[in-house]
Unconditional design. Structure first.
Length: 254
């Protein structure tokens, strides 16, 4: 088991999430989904595409480039992030020829149903995925004691030219690009539901005006385990987050 000083990872399930960014008419926009209300985790919440690391999420074969120097868990999580982006939003973060909508529609359920490993899927469409397309942004590990704990690595990715999004209609009932500041305002108005890590990350993203500025940010990707301090769930200062606390009673825990 990986050991991180001061952080308890015991029992946390490896997962990955990807923040897909683009420059919109009014500045930076990120792709978010609304999770189906019947989902066992975060049902109805607005989130970034992502999910649990699958045993087949290994960067093996000609469809992967630049993964050999990464730690095994990081490499697998980047594959997971790219796979989940395709399954939930239809966006391919890989490089290659245009993939027709009919072919995407055929491949998405095969990937989602674990019938087709992502590496083989990429080979079928003539694509390859670069590790550099997914830049580490943060890693969140919930405090001990929650009944569901995911050790989630967040990555940044620029929306590839020509890619469009379409929610899968299953796990993701809606998908849209939005300015982080607008998502913050929607959450404050009670119009959308956000898990605490998502809320914190969106507030952090709202500090940037463009994809270039976001990708140029020198802040190291932090490893964060929130703490329960009285009535509050908190994260440390000095790691790039303007939103660092939420009342425990208001925090979604499923």
């Amino acid at each position: 088991m990986e050991r991180i000083e001061g952080i308890d990872t015991a029992g946390a399930v490896p997962a990955a999430t990807v923040i897909i960014a683009r420059d919109g008419p009014d500045g930076l926009e990120v792709l978010v989904i609304e999770r189906a209300k019947g989902m066992g985790f975060a049902g109805g919440a607005v989130a970034f595409p992502g999910g649990k690391v699958d045993p087949t999420d290994r960067p093996e074969g000609p469809a992967f480039a630049g993964f050999s120097g990464l730690a095994e868990a990081d490499a697998a999580a980047r594959v997971t992030a790219a796979r989940e982006a395709f399954e939930e939003t239809g966006v391919l973060l890989s490089v290659g020829p245009p993939v027709p909508e009919a072919e995407r529609a055929r491949l998405r359920p095969l990937s989602d149903g674990h019938e087709l490993p992502f590496g083989r899927l990429l080979e079928e469409v003539g694509h390859w995925l670069s590790a550099e397309a997914l830049r580490p942004f943060a890693r969140w590990i919930p405090p001990v004691g929650l009944h569901k704990r995911f050790d989630t690595r967040f990555y940044l990715a620029r929306l590839p030219e020509g890619e469009a999004h379409l929610a899968d209609g299953g796990e993701a009932v809606h998908a849209r690009f939005a300015r982080p500041a607008d998502l913050v305002a929607e959450a404050e108005a009670g119009a959308i539901s956000l898990l605490f890590p998502t809320r914190c990350n969106i507030a952090r993203l709202a500090q940037f005006e463009s994809v270039a500025a976001l990708l140029a940010d020198p802040t190291p990707a932090p490893v964060i385990q929130p703490r329960i301090e009285g009535e509050w769930l908190t994260i440390p200062e000095g790691i790039g987050y303007p939103w660092r606390a939420e009342r425990w009673e208001a925090v979604r825990r499923s």
